[in-house]
Design a protein around this ligand. Structure first.
Ligand code: DX5
Ligand code: ZN
Length: 229
């Protein structure tokens, strides 16, 4: 994957039909998404439970674009290899979930996959200052993690701008995750983010039988982001 900072839309399958993940992944890719965002939750780091490595391995053959695996789990290091083996193209770990986040990023890269570091809304931008030469992406949470369909937290916009300044000309993406809609995306696109996760805003109104709304929703978010660049 060559680096470019063009706008990318990464639907979160946390908002997909849980009885039809394969078809839902095929549908969002056919409808124009750039990445597929897989939210892994352990019921400990966040108050919800989702996908183990076998589930991610089952998603893998359906993903033709790029599978971005967001680990909302703690501890995290002992699961990195399993999610890499399951086929993740990128593994994102939370700075709050690891006592030794620098080593965690090294461990992800040692598996030959892209490495991302995530920050919760309460964590300052400075928490990633020492990691920018070790990662391919900084994930800025714009909701408190655990669920789809939550309200965008506006105080994270300023933080996004600060992180974009810290990155400079490094080949590091900024991903926004949580409450992204055509109304909120311009704020964070203007602040310098380039990858946008959206769950409820992409899947609303559609189904595996009727995926056309997925395409319309993806286009609406993309156009709203591009309009401010
Ligand atoms: C929340 C997850 C997000 C969430 C996004 O913990 O990390 O990826 O699924 O869902 P929306 O776009 O509905 O906020
Ligand atoms: Zn996520």
């Amino acid at each position: 994957m060559s680096f470019d900072r063009s706008i990318k839309i990464a639907p979160s399958i946390l908002s997909a039909d849980f009885a039809n993940f394969g078809q839902e992944i095929q549908a969002i890719e056919k409808e124009g998404c750039d990445w597929v965002h897989v939210d892994v939750m352990d019921g400990h780091f966040v108050p919800n439970l989702t996908f183990g490595p076998p589930a991610v391995a089952a998603f893998r053959p359906h993903v033709k674009t790029f599978m971005d695996v967001h680990l909302m789990i703690s501890p995290v290091d002992q699961y990195i290899e399993a999610y890499a083996e399951a086929g993740a193209d990128m593994i994102v770990a939370h700075v709050e979930a690891s006592t030794h986040i620098h080593r965690t990023m090294q461990a992800i890269r040692a598996q030959g996959v892209k490495a991302g570091v995530a920050l919760n809304p309460g964590t300052p931008a400075s928490a990633v200052a020492e990691l920018l030469d070790l990662v391919d992406m900084v994930l800025v949470m714009t909701v408190n993690p655990g669920f789809g369909g939550q309200k965008f937290i506006h105080s994270c916009v300023e933080k996004t701008h600060d992180i974009r300044q810290m990155i400079g000309d490094r080949e590091v993406h900024i991903q926004i995750d949580g409450g992204v809609t055509p109304e909120t995306v311009p704020l964070v696109a203007a602040a310098g983010a380039d990858v946008f996760v959206a769950g409820s805003a992409v899947f609303k109104g559609g189904s595996v039988e009727n995926p056309a709304p997925y395409g319309a929703n993806i286009r609406a978010i993309r156009e709203a982001a591009e309009a401010v660049l």
